[in-house]
Design a protein around this ligand. Structure first.
Ligand SMILES: Cc1cc2nc3c(=O)[nH]c(=O)nc-3n(C[C@H](O)[C@H](O)[C@H](O)COP(=O)(O)OP(=O)(O)OC[C@H]3O[C@@H](n4cnc5c(N)ncnc54)[C@H](O)[C@@H]3O)c2cc1C
Length: 543
């Protein structure tokens, strides 16, 4: 635990440790919720293990809008406490992971006949800032028609009345999860991906005492014992409650949200925007690197939890909204570079539409003692973790160390302040120049790996694109529990969505590097290549 890099090169060692002792806490599910809990518990000195059936963040936590936001729209639903909690939490998440949580100005256009009037928007944004405790200099600024058009020249000028500019934070959801997992591991937690809980173990009094786990890498099963078990399985939460015979009362209502990715030149926005669709919903359009992504939808979902995808109807809905707001773009299905679809694990409420369902988190404790947590947001993960670990301590009947995540810098984000963050970036750029590595590459790594970029620079053996990709891949195998090519191209780097054509050309080379590090057989390497190609095909076609 924590003495080697967080790597599947030590997989069997992790499994032996998991199978041979009793833990205080077993967390099932390696999304933001589960990994946040593992870190909080480890920092308090609780002996914790976490298992994830696929890769870390492979569920909803890599398929969000990728914003650390206070949820402006929850103001409309009068969820003041939710807005205050997650709003003020944004600054905490930013401070602790500066490299993956970046301030982003958001433009809210106000249009004739839209659901936002000028005065209500001005008051609403101010209330939002005040609830979230935003610094005076970063509070919302209202713009007139001319200023709004200047801020984003592609906006439809017909009916444009003005706009509001306010602060949110952009993140990389799956990187935030992996930095949490790495930090938890470094502080004593044991975490394993591709390990699925298949059955619970109970004592003679019917109390839950462990889980049988299948290792998807070897096909072997093993048991993990723990005093407290937390089900943090997001959209899968109810499947585990069913397994525990405790699916009573509150249930999940899954809703699907999709995003479309366009090459930047097809939708060259100067500015991220959050705008009215006309049916009471609002969507985001966010420029990032060489692309612009747009989302999301919100539709009831009752199909396979493992494979949500973007349908033609989903794409048409978003295309219509974008083309209305940015008419000169004239986007079509063929312009879509890639898509992703995620499932919101919301709590069902009779008579409410999908967008009216609360995004609050909910904790359910069964008579066997299984603790389940669902709902919530990326943004509030730390507060959710604190609640769950407080409850765990209560069940364990012992007070461990106090919760210390508020001021804990995540792996890669160990910066005192913004000045140190910027000076470290400059120092890495200088170091890169000495080795002939382009500033653009260093900067991209820095906003993925933060301070750990120095370790990747050390691994560079050749400065051609393949050499740089190999250094990055090796770092993630040795330190970020990469087991398959998809872990790397989807969750550790986001290359599949954001750098799709360039990465596809590198697949053969990447798989050869990965196979060499793991000493994988040609058959396994070939299977991984097929899986990666299948993923590429999925994100570029409509289901
Ligand atoms: C379209 C969309 C946009 C969103 N945008 C935002 C946003 O911009 N900002 C924000 O703050 N929030 C956003 N959210 C909400 C946020 O993404 C989710 O609240 C959060 O990711 C849920 O995380 P989780 O860990 O609870 O679930 P998940 O990330 O789904 O994790 C659960 C994990 O459990 C694993 N699992 C399941 N069964 C088992 C088993 N038997 N054994 C082991 N592991 C198992 C799964 O593989 C999965 O990885 C968005 C959600 C959606 C759908």
């Amino acid at each position: 635990m924590g003495t080697t890099g967080f790597s599947n090169l030590y997989r069997q060692q992790y499994i032996n440790q998991m199978a041979s002792q009793q833990f205080d806490l077993l967390v099932i599910g390696g999304g933001i919720t589960g990994c946040g809990i593992a870190l909080d518990a480890a920092l308090r000195g609780i002996k914790v293990a976490l298992i994830e059936k696929s890769d870390f963040a492979s569920g909803t936590s890599s398929r969000s809008t990728k914003l650390i936001h206070g949820g402006l729209r929850y103001l409309k639903q009068l969820e003041f406490k939710l807005v205050r909690d997650v709003g003020s939490e944004r600054a905490v998440v930013h401070r602790n992971a500066r490299h993956v949580v970046i301030p982003e100005k958001m433009l809210l256009p106000i249009v004739e006949g839209g659901s936002l009037g000028k005065l209500p928007t001005s008051v609403g944004l101010l209330v939002y800032d005040l609830l979230a405790g935003v610094k005076a200099e970063e509070r919302r600024r209202m713009l007139d028609r001319h200023e709004t058009h200047k801020a984003e020249p592609l906006l439809n000028t017909q009916g444009l009345l003005g706009g509001g500019l306010y602060f949110e934070y952009r993140t990389d959801d799956s990187r935030l999860v992996i930095e949490l997992a790495k930090s938890a591991y470094a502080n004593g937690a044991l975490l394993l991906n591709y390990a699925q809980s298949t059955k619970f173990i109970y004592d003679s009094a019917g109390k839950i005492t462990g889980a049988t786990v299948i290792d998807h890498n070897s096909g072997n099963s093993f048991d993990i014992r723990a005093k407290v078990i937390v089900n943090a399985c997001g959209p899968w939460v109810d499947l585990l409650r069913k397994e525990d015979n405790s699916l009573k009362g509150k249930r999940l209502q899954l809703t699907k949200g999709v995003h479309l990715v366009f090459p930047y030149e097809k939708l060259p926005l100067k500015q991220a925007a959050y705008f009215d669709v006309g049916d009471g919903r609002m969507i985001f359009a966010i420029p990032r690197d060489n692309i612009t992504y747009v989302g999301t939808t919100d539709t009831v979902y009752n199909e396979s939890i493992d494979n949500p995808n973007c349908t033609k109807a989903d794409a048409d809905y978003l295309l219509k909204a974008i083309n209305h707001m940015f008419p000169s773009a004239v986007l079509q299905v063929k312009d879509i570079q890639s898509t992703w679809a995620g499932l919101r694990p919301l709590i069902h409420e009779d008579g409410k539409s999908t967008s009216e369902l609360s995004r609050k988190d909910e904790i359910m404790v069964s008579s066997s003692g299984l603790i389940s947590i669902a709902g919530g947001k990326l943004t509030g993960y730390r507060l959710m973790a604190e609640k769950i670990v407080d409850l765990t301590e209560k069940k364990l009947g012992k007070k461990y160390g106090s919760a210390s995540t508020k001021n804990f810098r995540l792996s890669g984000g160990e910066f005192e302040n913004e000045t140190e963050f910027q000076s470290t970036l400059r120092a890495f750029i200088e170091e890169g120049k000495k080795q002939g590595i382009a500033t653009e590459n260093i900067s991209r790594w820095f906003y993925r790996y933060g301070k750990n970029t120095s370790q990747i620079i050390k691994l560079v053996q050749a400065i051609e694109p393949e050499g740089l990709a190999a250094a990055e891949l090796i770092y993630t195998i040795e330190n970020e529990a990469v087991l398959t090519l998809n872990d790397f191209v989807i969750r550790r780097t986001g290359k599949l969505f954001f750098d799709n054509p360039g990465t596809e050309k590198q697949l053969n080379f990447l798989i050869a590097t990965l196979a060499k590090v793991f000493n994988a057989s040609p058959a396994i390497a070939a299977a991984m290549l097929i899986a990666a190609q299948r993923e590429f095909a999925t994100v570029t076609s409509l289901g």
